[in-house]
Design a binder for this molecule. Structure first.
Ligand code: ZN
Ligand code: MN
Length: 485
């Protein structure tokens, strides 16, 4: 029994722009932005007589999303028209999927920071087209840009399984990560490639009775922070409303809310007393269709390894920490890059450390992705192998890496051309040590008296004199031997 007097219930609907080459039902290019109304045709402008067509790529990418999110894929499906009026909805209806969604009965697991996990069931993922965009530019005038009209979307509908604002934000984050991993969407929240609506209400216990507050649907939350703050605010608002007005749940009653980012408040946009009649009908211009096993299998092959299983495998195979694995798998490209380097490295752990420390520093510094670095995983493997094989020291590796970044040459080439090599020649190191001992009688005396830090200091002098090129373990060995003479 919870000590709290109430519990939050949240369900989400997430719209996601797909990375299809063309729009959903025509050949127009599917791309963000550009000069208004330059990527349009009779189909996505809804001109009379224009005939839409289902593209295989669209259905396939929808199936990839469904498979990545543990859904069943329908073998038979169709599109429907949903009618409503809005200036940017050029046809007067949206093509969507009503009673036969492409994907259904999925789930996504949330991995919370405290180490616990929570499963959120997905009711469905359906395909639908996006609408145009209204631009309110100069006072009295509004413009409409139809470049987005008819672009390919999926809508992911969860069950009301989310029990805190933090989990709602984590859900969006997890979906973004997974869908980016499988190249379904760029997941860009600021550009609206992912938009989240949250349905929020409360279960309240009072004197042994359980009450429910009416559901509020908060529209268009476009950051992790916005979803967390809006759900938190709305829960408190409903609690106040319950205490003051005893507002209780009535079937069919639902409020549509907006989130005022500046005021940090939810605002009521409209109240639905009953369900709106969208006059839904089967899209007559596109026949219901079968989804072939072949298409589903191909979609399955595009899913690949998902972030969480990948993290667990990397931890196991390379003995990396949670934090390191989290960083290395932050994008699919980086994870693949690391694995390629690790496969070529004599000591994969050393390759991991190099990428985590040196390579990521460069990426952050330059604000680029791993694909833009201009080096291959083989470059890093060659570099760390030179250290593993005792050809160069760790310090020299940093110099080689800097030259590598500048020239794009391999470690092997740089080491050869620049004559970089650690000095493992015992004769040369012995000579250096004898000089240092002669020049620093005080340090030698300190060492004889048992001052242990004197040895470290002398070792530092050896490395300095050799310009970091002496093999450290050989040098330490020889230094001790010389001191005992
Ligand atoms: Zn078009
Ligand atoms: Mn929708």
């Amino acid at each position: 029994m919870s000590a709290e007097r109430y519990e939050i219930i949240i369900g989400c609907e997430i719209h996601c722009q797909l990375l299809t080459k063309t729009k959903a039902f025509c050949g127009c290019e599917n791309r963000y932005g550009g000069m208004p109304n330059t990527r349009v045709c009779p189909v996505c402008l809804g001109l009379p007589g224009a005939m839409p067509r289902v593209s295989r790529g669209y259905v396939e990418l929808g199936a990839v999303a469904g498979l990545a999110l543990n859904c069943e894929i329908a073998r038979f499906t169709k599109f429907d028209r949903k009618h409503y009026f809005y200036p940017d909805l050029v046809k007067g209806y949206q093509v969507t999927q009503y009673d036969l969604p492409l994907c259904y009965d999925g789930y996504v697991d949330l991995f919370r920071e405290d180490g616990t996990t929570h499963r959120v069931r997905l009711e469905r993922i359906h395909l639908e087209e996006d609408v145009g965009k209204s631009l309110h530019l100069e006072g009295a005038y509004s413009y409409i840009d139809f470049n987005r009209s008819g672009t390919s979307l999926i809508e992911i509908v969860t069950r009301p399984d989310i029990t805190s604002p933090d989990d709602a934000a984590l859900l969006l984050q997890t979906l973004q990560e997974i869908l980016r991993y499988v190249n379904v969407t760029d997941g860009n929240l600021e550009e609206g490639s992912m938009r989240c609506d949250a349905n929020v209400n409360l279960k309240i216990w009072e004197k042994g009775t359980e009450y429910r507050t009416p559901i509020s649907e908060i529209k268009n939350l476009n950051s992790f922070r916005a979803i967390r703050e809006a759900c938190t605010y709305e829960a408190q608002r409903q609690l106040r409303e319950f205490d003051e007005k005893r507002q209780l749940y009535v079937s069919g009653f639902k409020r549509t809310m907006g989130w005022d980012e500046a005021k940090k408040e939810t605002v009521i946009q409209r109240t639905k007393e009953a369900f709106i009649d969208y006059r839904i009908l089967t899209e007559p211009d596109m026949k219901p269709f079968s989804v072939s096993e072949e298409l589903i299998e191909h979609a399955r092959s595009l899913v690949g390894e998902l972030p969480q299983p990948k993290r667990e495998r990397l931890k196991r195979e390379y003995g990396l920490s949670d934090f390191d694995v989290q960083t290395l798998t932050s994008s699919r490209q980086l994870a693949l890059w690391f694995e390629e380097a690790a496969a070529l490295a004599k000591e994969p752990k050393r390759a991991a450390n190099w990428i985590l420390a040196e390579v990521l520093a460069v990426l952050n510094d330059r604000g680029i992705t791993i694909d833009e670095l201009g080096l291959s995983p083989a470059h890093i493997a060659g570099l760390v192998n030179a250290v593993s094989n005792g050809v160069i020291t760790g310090k020299q590796a940093k110099d080689v890496f800097a030259l590598m970044l500048k020239t794009g040459k391999t470690a092997e080439t740089i080491i050869e051309e620049e004559h970089i090599a650690q000095v493992a020649d015992t004769g040369a190191i012995e000579a250096m040590i004898r000089d240092i001992l002669a020049e620093n009688p005080q340090a030698v005396e300190d060492y004889m008296k048992g001052k242990s830090n004197a040895l470290g200091w002398l070792m530092g002098q050896v490395m300095k004199k050799s310009k970091g090129q002496a093999n450290p373990s050989i040098a330490a060995e020889l230094l001790k031997r010389e001191l005992l003479k």
